[in-house]
Write a protein that binds this ligand. Sequence first.
Ligand SMILES: [Zn+2]
Ligand SMILES: [Zn+2]
Length: 152
Amino acid sequence: MFSEMERRGNECYRMRMSESQYTGGCLCGKVRYRVTGIARNLCYCHCESCRRAAGSPSVPWATFERAHFQLLQGELTEYRSSPRRLRGFCAACGSALTYRSENRPTEIDVTLGTLDEPSRLVPQMHVWVEDKLPWVMIADALPQWPRGVGQS
Ligand SMILES: [Zn+2]
Ligand SMILES: [Zn+2]
């Protein structure tokens, strides 16, 4: 059992970590980015679109303020995966890096797997579980949403 002080300490620690600065980049290193501020909406997305974009059964994401996302090097190539959604990737190596929806113009999503220190941010839920592959076993107790957050 955590004492109240330990619990508060952990909360402060998490808060500090989630408000700090992150750097990341693609597999080949041509695209490098920095993002700061609070990481929100930490999730595994099981949707078909993420699956195909990354070639992976699910993709872990974090949402940041778009104004706090900065390219340090190279450029994002964007693919319009649906009319209002753009997926950013490296044109040289194909790493899936970002996602932005014109429905959320002030936000950008970043793939946790391309962070330089990916263990600093931990997914807090599963979304689009209705698209989850049958051989993917969710073995944690995190909340699961059939579609997006708040959508049933
Ligand atoms: Zn690359
Ligand atoms: Zn998705």
